[in-house]
Design a protein around this ligand. Sequence first.
Ligand SMILES: NC(=O)C1=CN([C@@H]2O[C@H](COP(=O)(O)OP(=O)(O)OC[C@H]3O[C@@H](n4cnc5c(N)ncnc54)[C@H](OP(=O)(O)O)[C@@H]3O)[C@@H](O)[C@H]2O)C=CC1
Ligand SMILES: O=C(CO)COP(=O)(O)O
Ligand SMILES: [Zn+2]
Length: 365
Amino acid sequence: MAVTKVRPVHEITLMKKVIVGKGVVKRIPEVLNELGHFKNITVVTGPNVYSKWGKELKDLLEDKGFQINVEIAKDATKDVALEIARASEEFKSDIIIGFGGGKAIDIAKYAAKASGKEVISVPTAASHDGITSPFSSLKGVNGPTSVRAVTPIAVIADTSIIVKAPKRLNLAGVGDILGKFSAVRDWRLAHRLKGEYYGSYAASLALMSAKHVLKYVDVLKRMNEEGVRILVEALISSGVAMCIAGSSRPASGSEHLFSHALDIIANRPALHGEQVAVGSIMMLYLHGTELWKKVRRIMRILGLPTTAKELGVKDEHIIEALLMAHKIRPERYTILGEEGLTREAAERLAKVTGVIDDKGDEEGD
Ligand SMILES: NC(=O)C1=CN([C@@H]2O[C@H](COP(=O)(O)OP(=O)(O)OC[C@H]3O[C@@H](n4cnc5c(N)ncnc54)[C@H](OP(=O)(O)O)[C@@H]3O)[C@@H](O)[C@H]2O)C=CC1
Ligand SMILES: O=C(CO)COP(=O)(O)O
Ligand SMILES: [Zn+2]
């Protein structure tokens, strides 16, 4: 019988401050002054976000006497993050702010780690749970690797900015959260079969965020301020689960491996959270729970894609991604096993769950 691995040292770093609400971006100067002596600030953002909100943030900070260096990152790679870390050191930055979607925040967190600085997370969309996690998903040759970065010292989620983000982006955040149903099952399986360390508190916390969004489908469908607030809280809580677990295990299992594989295979992949949720439908089916039907039904109600066509990818890309998924992070044992699926099994899985053209809807609800 496998011996369960324990974590010899259990070091958990959490945020010092979380502010969620309307117009709270205006409180960044106050938070900066409260948490340290920060004068020079590097803001890491993306091109779209910068054109929409960048000037406003820059003006706000400069008006309060901060020196601002803006770095616009287009790609979430280690090289880009290290380049930004260097630019931030040249600017003599005291702190980094990640302002944007998941990629900008991931780069900011890794650049902060590389330059030995703190980071503040200011999400402009509720599209991912990297808002609070201490990890960055950075692209490598075999898909993204989850690398340890730093836990943001503060999270400032301005719901009046997030509510104006494209609805599709915020719905993708619900998709990322739905992925926890399969991620936690994978983690438990790895514990049982491989003796991998399993943190039941972190697992429960991640699961709770997923159950929470199921309770609020109506308000999430509208994705108004209230919906955004509920979603942001669930994302924060799932990020905290990663802080407690010391890895992205509670938040990322076979459904994420499928999504990472699809990012490599599809010419124009869909959003992270959309792909994760479609992956979760299929992985929950493999786990042998009827929950896959409920997750799919909720996704349809919300307007999340549930098929290859709706994701905008080819049926064949889904099959290829299912075949590649187990190779993305071989050390992370999941329901896909060490050998992965056969082509026949992958086709059957995608058809039965209705992800590709199917007769499989017979099994659905
Ligand atoms: N580290 C972790 O623990 C986690 C990391 N992730 C990672 O996060 C990424 C997914 O995040 P996601 O946000 O979906 O992807 P992106 O960061 O790529 O953002 C998607 C698009 O939305 C745009 N955008 C963001 N906010 C707004 C806004 N308010 N209005 C208009 N457009 C906006 C971005 O603009 P722009 O071009 O300006 O950036 C970008 O074009 C993946 O790389 C994933 O691996 C996901 C979960 C957890
Ligand atoms: O996306 C994530 C959690 O939602 C992070 O997962 P990865 O560890 O797969 O990059
Ligand atoms: Zn994710």
